[in-house]
Design a protein around this ligand. Structure first.
Ligand SMILES: Nc1ncnc2c1ncn2[C@@H]1O[C@H](COP(=O)(O)OP(=O)(O)OP(=O)(O)O)[C@@H](O)[C@H]1O
Ligand SMILES: [Mg+2]
Length: 511
């Protein structure tokens, strides 16, 4: 950090903004992703950029930081026009970004990733000790306890996200852009991030912060800009508006802060684990009944992902004194067996595990139902199209059509497709209500679509499904769960009943 390079916030704010985007426009075929947007960002200010999935936030960010060209418009730094033709141009102009998709190289270790492109040299070679020291100093300032010598491929998504942010900050930028930085962070990690950002702000950094979490926007940002269908529809101090108003501007309707719990009468036991161990997580007892939505709360990487994946047939090392899941009286031997038994998983991390990047929207939606559909042969095409259309409408997936490559969708819309796959599966499967295993299913999904997903989860539970959901967002668990198991010190410990659920309680339990 070189605070001397940065003008004091007060002095800067009176002059030209640190960063100004003027009448930026960008279209993809018939979609106008960014429609004549103006945005100004001042030194010492944190500006929130919000909008529904597909509103154009990430596209605007990519233009501002040189990775995608605008069709028209201009970027200015400290009042002077700049031409950003590459990410390197943007770095040189003092703009650093942590994109929505992390840009961490799995085969390098943490320190190497943080210092990538700015490795200290000594006698023409990379000075490994210096590199390690600089990376560690940065990690220490952020209070990051990640082992920087570990290969990043072995880290959790949350950990790689934090390294990606450190990497941006390491550039010592004047403008820092964070596209949904908290999407896969635990609450504790998010809190640490905000303390860190407040510090950077005091040093005069201008921060553009993209988030779907209104609590973060209103607790930490000075100003909020709202995008809808490519246009900026609001820009003002957070003090002059409210979360409900911002949501209305974003999604064009009000979202009631409803109680999404199923309140269904719990039925027979569908999942029962006794003295079970998956990877390093032990479970003395875990029960999910039909009609119930049961939560798994834990800090990121506490083992919830491995547990859910194992229950869905992935080959993580596991043993259990007794296990029952759906119709099986033991853990499933394979993913195929689990699917055939009506055990469905929405995996975390949409790109690495949940989606097929080379396929289009329809193909991705159908991958969950291949076994059921293939029996039908010639019916398949037409049926698939109808199915896909139904899911696209139900979850309001913003796409040009079912034939659009899934990688062209905005982040949140990709997650909706990942979720939509099990809707297709369930529609096809028929028979007994399934066991649904959901791992952070609404990561990056906007408030409007979240409400749709919560309503679907509730309806499936009411129809007799047994739902087990892990989420890094405790507010979400509190909103939809009948009970929440808490993971602490590698053990699934306390189970908190609905009427005792609160963020404080869950935080305490997972400590
Ligand atoms: N490479 C591309 N090709 C075609 N269309 C694209 C491409 N990139 C983005 N789009 C479209 O542009 C629109 C805006 O997408 P963008 O990623 O900017 O949304 P976003 O506001 O960041 O949404 P989210 O909250 O889901 O991340 C979407 O309709 C998206 O499908
Ligand atoms: Mg985005």
């Amino acid at each position: 950090m070189a605070p001397d390079r940065t003008p004091s916030p007060a002095r800067q704010e009176r002059g030209a903004p640190r960063l100004a985007a003027r009448v930026i426009r960008k279209s993809f075929a018939a979609t106008r992703a960014v429609d004549d947007v103006d945005l100004a960002l001042h030194a010492g200010e944190m500006l929130a950029l919000v909008g529904a999935n597909g509103a154009g936030k990430s596209t605007l960010v990519k233009i501002i930081c040189g990775v995608a060209p605008a069709d028209s418009g201009q970027i200015e730094i400290d009042g002077k026009p700049v031409h950003l033709r590459s990410a390197a141009d943007a770095h040189a102009a003092g703009i650093a970004v942590a994109h929505q998709q992390v840009a961490i190289i799995p085969s390098l270790n943490g320190a190497e990733n943080i210092m990538l492109g700015r490795e200290p040299l000594r006698g023409g070679l990379i000075d490994q000790r210096m590199l390690r020291r600089r990376a560690q100093a940065l990690a220490d300032r952020f209070g990051v306890a990640i082992d920087l010598d570990r290969e990043c491929g072995e880290l959790s998504i949350g950990e790689t996200k934090i390294l990606d942010i450190l990497k941006a900050v390491a550039l010592d930028p004047a403008v820092l852009i964070l596209d949904e930085p908290t999407a896969s962070l635990s609450l504790a990690e998010s809190r640490r991030l905000f303390t860190f950002l407040a510090d950077l702000k005091r040093r005069g950094l201008a921060i553009l912060f993209i988030s779907h979490h209104m609590n973060e926007v209103f607790a930490h940002c000075d100003r909020v800009a709202v995008m809808k269908d490519g246009q900026k529809v609001f820009d003002g101090p957070v003090a002059g508006t409210s979360p409900a108003e911002v949501i209305r501007l974003m999604v064009g309707r009000t979202i009631e802060d409803t109680d999404w719990a199923s309140h269904a009468r719990a039925g027979e036991i569908a999942v029962h684990l006794t003295d079970c161990r998956v990877a390093r997580l032990s479970v003395a007892e875990l029960i999910v009944r039909r009609g119930e939505v049961v939560g798994l709360a834990g800090v990121l990487g506490a083992g919830q992902t491995e547990l859910l994946e194992r229950l869905a047939g992935s080959p993580h090392p596991a043993r259990a004194a007794a296990a029952r899941i759906g119709p099986l009286a033991r853990l499933p031997r394979s993913v195929d067996e689990a699917i055939a038994a009506g055990i469905y998983l929405v995996a975390d991390n949409r790109v690495r595990k949940a989606l097929f990047p080379g396929l289009d929207v329809r193909e991705n939606l159908m991958t969950g139902a291949l076994a059921q559909l293939s029996r039908r042969g010639f019916m398949r095409e037409a049926e698939e199209r109808t199915q896909a259309k139904r899911v696209i409408e139900r979850l309001r997936v913003k796409c040009s059509g079912a034939a659009q490559p899934v990688m062209e969708l905005s982040g949140g819309n990709q997650q909706k497709v990942a979720f939509g796959r099990w809707l297709v599966r369930m529609d096809k499967a028929g028979g007994a209500p399934p066991v649904l295993l959901l791992d952070n299913p609404t990561e990056g999904v906007d408030v409007g679509a979240k409400a749709e997903i919560y309503a679907l989860i509730r309806d499936f539970a009411r129809a007799g499904a047994a739902v087990l959901i892990a989420s890094a967002e405790f507010g979400e668990l509190i909103g939809i769960c009948d009970r929440v198991y808490c993971i602490s010190h590698d053990r699934v410990a306390t189970c908190v009943p609905r009427d005792a659920l609160s963020e404080e309680r869950l935080l305490l339990e997972v400590a």
